[in-house]
Write a protein that binds this ligand. Structure first.
Ligand code: UGA
Length: 437
């Protein structure tokens, strides 16, 4: 099929390349000309494992092209809207201006019978409003919502083999037609075993934010348990292992530590609360405020722990921060817990040196005043305190003796409960973490 993808960020660039790999002819559009040029040359503008190879294959096949001219979508039957919905400045609601602009830009170029497919995460009710925009412009095009569940760092696998496909479609024959078109797009994915669920558009929009809220709840639940473990001398890792054996609970997403960050979970739970308020149901999601608050407290606690370990003040001390991205296998620093902690320590007068295998350039752009190093050993050179804040394998696998050879003081704080306390203490380190004695 001939498809268009509007928006070439983490979602759109991966989606476009994956659709071409599935055999479709894809034109991917972005207003950022530099990004389009990079992608057209096979350069992924962000770090995502497997994407460079996929881009090379898709571009080589001749089925994938990039453009900054929206008129190039002409001839495509399906148009995927993959633009961002970030948090509004000084508000908890989502900024829908990119989604609105994408739909407006498509209007002159879609034909009767085309299907516009929203993939962006939007407040429930947005799809219904956009369907009216398409109808009012007399395009004859239909609108469906097909939320995306990919995780950064696993985006290629999650797109080609998703846990599930959700099609939110209009009622009646228009809906049947939308399902048939989407089934053609995802024929291989479905044949490979991904379940597909057909819903109304409101449910499809809610599925996405409900899923992200549930994940955030799991993380904040275990972090609340970590607070109690700190008050009682218990061990949150053992607690997570023990409750995780219950299949109804499950061990996944129960890793305590610095909590969640990134461009999705934090802004999605906030936008969900804002939307519930608009719908007159603000009490319904009041618990998400607490989920957000618990998450924020972990960062504050980490800074307190650093100060406490250094005798009440970190001013003038050299602090090595291992990790800047919001999680391993990503160079994304949006709402990164690691960088937030690093910035707080920096503001409190510490000489902070941050390192990350992939995210230094993005972190430096956000915090040009902070110091950065290319490796853990370089960052830790002469350090009075080391903080592990993003659990990249190369940091988890660090040898306590080797790192001990470069620091001034063997003191390490484990923000992700990823290190073996016995091994580090045996090598003469003071080891402390959140939620573990
Ligand atoms: C998340 C969802 O997992 C995806 O399903 C969804 O499609 C995506 O948001 C989105 O809305 O686009 P992502 O933000 O890439 O994906 O990252 P996650 O793997 O969910 O991790 C989020 C944060 O939670 C990270 O900061 C991570 O370190 C933290 N986390 C995760 C924990 O603190 N503990 C855990 O046990 C798991």
């Amino acid at each position: 099929m001939k498809l268009s993808v509007v928006g070439c960020g983490y979602l759109g660039a991966v989606h476009a390349a994956c659709m071409a790999t599935l055999g479709h002819e894809v034109i991917a559009i972005d207003t950022d000309k530099a990004k389009v040029e990079a992608l057209a040359a096979g350069d992924a503008p962000f770090y995502e494992p497997g994407l460079p190879e996929l881009l090379a294959e898709a571009l080589g096949s001749g089925r994938l092209a990039f453009s900054s001219d929206i008129a190039d979508v002409k001839g495509a039957q399906l148009h995927f809207v993959c633009v961002g919905t970030p948090q509004l400045h000084n508000e908890i609601a989502a900024d829908l201006s990119y989604v609105d602009a994408a739909i407006d830009s498509l209007l002159p170029h879609v034909s009767a019978g085309d299907l516009v497919v929203g993939k962006s995460t939007v407040p429930v009710g947005t799809a219904e409003r956009l369907a009216e925009v398409l109808a009012a412009a007399d395009t004859g095009a239909l609108l469906a919502w097909n939320p995306e569940f990919l995780r950064e760092g696993h985006a290629v696998g999650d797109t080609l083999h998703p846990d599930r496909l959700v099609y939110g479609v209009p009622v009646g024959t228009n809906g049947e037609r939308a399902v048939a078109l989407l089934d053609d797009v995802y024929a291989k994915t479905i044949a490979d075993g991904s379940p597909r669920l057909v819903t109304d558009v409101a449910t499809a929009q809610l599925v996405k934010v409900a899923a992200n809220s549930f994940l955030a709840i799991k993380i904040s639940f275990i972090n609340a348990m970590a607070e109690l473990c700190e008050a009682t001398g218990a061990d949150v890792t053992l607690l997570a292992d023990a409750i995780g054996h219950d299949e109804r609970i499950g061990r996944k997403f129960l890793n305590a530590g610095l909590g969640f960050g990134g461009g999705c979970l934090p802004k999605d739970i906030r936008a969900f609360m804002a939307r519930a308020g608009e719908l007159g149901a603000d009490q319904t999601l009041a618990f998400l405020r607490e989920v957000d608050a618990i998450n924020g407290r972990r960062r504050v606690r980490m800074v307190e722990l650093a100060r406490d370990e250094c005798g009440g003040s970190i001013a003038g001390l050299r602090v090595a921060v291992l990790g800047a991205s919001f999680k391993p296998w990503s160079d994304d620093v949006r709402d990164s817990p690691a960088l937030d902690v690093a910035e707080q320590l920096h503001l409190q007068g510490a000489d902070v040196v941050v390192t990350d295998p992939q995210a230094v350039a993005n972190a430096r752009a956000m915090y040009p005043d902070m110091s950065f190093a290319d490796s853990a050993l370089e960052a830790a050179d002469g350090a009075d305190l080391v903080l592990l804040l993003t659990e990249w394998p190369e940091y988890v696998g660090l040898d306590p003796e080797t790192l001990g050879g470069v620091v001034r003081q063997r003191r390490i704080l484990d923000g992700r409960l990823a290190l073996d306390p016995i091994a580090w203490r045996a090598a003469g380190w003071v080891y402390r973490s959140l939620g573990r004695p």
